[in-house]
Every structure is written in structure tokens, then in C-alpha cells.
Design a protein around this ligand. Structure first.
Ligand code: FAD
Length: 331
């Protein structure tokens, strides 16, 4: 394999029901930054059915080019069909770097594609840099978050990575940007496509995506009880926020697991993050430390959460939260 034959950065622009997922746009922002260091182009790969119109949005967020595979077989996410299409594009384009969001789809798709194009994949990255030798340095938490491992892919191309949602920053949107759109045709090997999706039945419950919230009211064990935890909704309602939690709360069953922040939960980057009765364990902090402004309330002034908070209040969360909620109501 001649590594010099591989050029450019390819970003998987994950779309669901015709909506580009935020992580794809975040990866375009990061790719743009990396591409400027190695003087290469950023290409977005868009897979789906009747999705070509989304190319414009990808260009406005920094893609120099969009490769679209628009096929009925790609209408719903299907591992085999998507893996065939994605790996065909990589083989044709000979991309140097391939970035995929570490969503449920990305985590399923990324490793399969990397195996098909015979390269490595670093999963769940939180940091990407280019070394002086032009290698991609892919950093991810290891050993339960106790150390950060930086991984390279020295002998194969592309260098592939899945990246957690909410970690990278989007490139500023510019509707006037122009870029090339290429329609790419794929001949599917249908003998390998064993699954046929007939219908998708959506979960009835209201779907909350904490990675999209601007304000998160996050509760931890210090909130005390399931009843107290419900009261956080009052504060959330007053300030237009969303309730999330530490793993201690999820394990207690006080709220759904899709609200968990942290290493084994979601990575969030809201404008304001309230950490209420949360100690600040490394596994929790890994998922929220990039928040713009962190407000912590904890009765222990030595709690590690205060080391990363912008505003710290030492006190009893069950007394302070109702006070804040009342004050805001009066505004
Ligand atoms: P605690 O650590 O028990 O902290 C409670 C805090 O509340 C304390 O600081 C205490 O001083 C304070 N407090 C108590 N009463 C009050 C009160 N009345 N008023 C104000 N403050 C009060 N955790 C996550 O959150 N997310 C993850 O994704 C995650 N992944 C993990 C992965 C692995 C592999 C492992 C080993 C652990 C993981 N954890 C995760 C668990 C993590 O290590 C901690 O156990 C967890 O974050 C603790 O949650 P907590 O801060 O709510 O509870």
C-alpha cells in the first residue's frame, strides 16, 4: 500500500429521515481544521434516498465536496447496504482520513467499513490532531477513563475514527459557500443483503436528545430521592432547560438511560450545565467538561466538580434549587 496515494478527508454525514445529524456537522468543522493543516479538501459522504438536497447544508457547514449515493436500498439504515455503499466510495476516493460520528449507526457502520477497506479504526475519539509526520493522532479515553490513549494507524489508509457527538465544534454556517456535488452509483451485492426493513415503528415516548439542549439541569445522587429528582423539571421548565443525570441516577431508575451524561452516556456541550449534587467523577466529567458555563451545587466544598465549574455554590441542593426556581419565576 502506497500511503501517498490516499488524499483528503471524508466525513460521514449521517442523516435520519432527511435530517442531517449534528455530529456530522461537528465533524465537518473538525475536518476543516485538520484539512487546513495538510492542505487537503473535505468531502462529505451522504447516503440515503431522495437526500441530494441536503448537500447544500453540508457545503454551508464546510464541505468542499459532497459525494451522494442516492438509492432506494438506503432509504432506511441497513448495515449491509450502508457498509457496501460507504466502502465503495472510500475505495474509489482513496481517502486519507475518514471520520464517522459515534452514534448508534456510526458505531455499527464504522468498524464494518474499516474491515472492508482493510484498515484500523479508533472508536469513540474525543480529540483529533495531525502530527508533524502528517499522521492522524486519535485520542480516546481508556481504562475506564483513567487515562487518555493516543492511537495512530501507521501502515494503512484511510485512518478511520468514530468521534463522540458533542465534542467537536461546527464550522460557522455560510449559505453562500459553494462546492461540488457528485452523484456516486453503487451496484449492490443483493445476495449479501439478508435483511429487509418493512416498517419502522417509532417508540411512543417523547424523545429527548440531551446533546441538542442549550441548557442542561443535571442531577446526581446528592439530589436525594426520586421525588426530589422530579422537582428538577420545575427548574428546567422555568429556564427552558432539559433534565439529564449522572449514572448514579440512571442506575437508580429515576430517569431514562438516554439522559445519562458521561463516558458511558452522552457527551454534551450546552451553553449552561447545572451539576446538582454531582461529585464530578472522571467518568461524568468526560461527558460534560466542554460545556460553555458550568454551575455546580454541592454540599461538599471539596467535591471535584468545583475544579471545573465556572460558578460553584456550596450548599444543600434540596434547599437551593427551589429558591433559584422561585427567584426565576419572579423575573
Ligand atoms: P456521587 O459520586 O455519590 O456524588 C454525590 C454528590 O452529591 C457528592 O459530591 C455529595 O457531596 C453531594 N451531595 C450529597 N447530598 C447533597 C445535598 N443535599 N446537596 C448538595 N450536594 C449533595 N458516571 C456518570 O455520571 N456517567 C457515566 O457515563 C459513567 N460511566 C462510568 C463508566 C465506568 C467504566 C465506571 C467505572 C463508572 C462510570 N460512572 C459514570 C460512575 C462514576 O464513577 C460515578 O460513580 C458517578 O458519576 C457518581 O454519580 P454522582 O456524582 O451522582 O454520585
Amino acid at each position: 500500500m502506497n500511503l501517498d496515494d490516499y488524499r483528503g478527508i471524508l466525513v460521514f454525514a449521517e442523516q435520519r429521515e432527511g435530517e442531517i445529524q449534528n455530529v456530522g456537522l461537528e465533524l465537518l468543522g473538525k475536518a476543516k481544521e485538520l484539512a487546513s493543516e495538510i492542505n487537503e479538501e473535505v468531502t462529505a459522504i451522504l447516503l440515503g434516498y431522495q437526500v441530494e438536497h441536503l448537500s447544500k447544508e453540508l457545503i454551508s457547514y464546510g464541505a468542499d465536496k459532497v459525494v451522494v449515493v442516492d438509492k432506494e436500498e438506503l432509504k432506511f439504515y441497513d448495515t449491509e447496504a450502508y457498509a457496501q455503499a460507504f466502502s465503495s466510495v472510500i475505495k474509489d476516493k482513496k481517502s486519507e482520513i475518514v471520520l464517522v460520528g459515534a452514534t448508534t449507526i456510526g458505531r455499527d457502520l464504522g468498524p464494518r467499513v474499516s474491515a472492508r477497506v482493510v484498515t484500523g479504526l479508533t472508536a469513540d475519539c474525543t480529540k483529533l490532531e495531525i502530527s508533524e509526520e502528517r499522521e492522524l493522532l486519535m485520542t480516546r479515553p481508556a481504562f475506564g477513563g483513567n487515562l487518555m490513549a493516543t492511537i495512530i494507524c501507521p501502515d494503512h489508509r484511510p485512518q478511520m475514527s468514530t468521534v463522540r457527538p458533542g465534542v467537536m465544534q461546527k464550522f460557522s454556517k455560510d449559505e453562500a459557500r459553494t462546492g461540488e456535488v457528485e452523484k456516486f452509483d453503487v451496484e449492490f451485492d443483493k445476495s449479501k443483503m439478508k435483511v429487509k426493513i418493512i416498517e419502522i415503528i417509532k417508540e411512543e415516548k417523547e424523545k429527548i436528545d440531551i446533546t441538542e439542549a442549550n441548557v442542561l439541569i443535571s442531577g446526581g445522587r446528592g439530589v436525594g430521592s426520586a421525588d426530589n429528582f422530579k422537582k428538577l423539571e420545575g427548574l428546567a421548565e422555568e429556564i427552558g432547560g432539559t433534565v439529564s443525570a449522572s449514572r448514579a441516577i440512571i442506575d437508580s431508575g429515576w430517569i431514562d438511560h438516554d439522559r445519562q451524561v458521561g463516558q458511558t452516556g452522552k457527551t454534551v456541550r450546552p451553553d449552561i450545565y447545572f451539576a446538582l449534587g454531582i461529585s464530578g467523577a472522571i467518568q461524568h466529567v468526560a461527558g460534560m467538561e466542554e460545556s460553555e458555563y458550568i454551575i455546580a451545587i454541592n454540599k461538599d466544598k471539596g467535591a471535584p466538580i468545583f475544579n471545573i465549574s465556572d460558578l460553584g455554590i456550596v450548599g444543600d441542593v434540596s434547599k437551593i434549587v427551589p429558591m433559584i426556581t422561585e427567584e426565576i419565576k419572579l423575573l
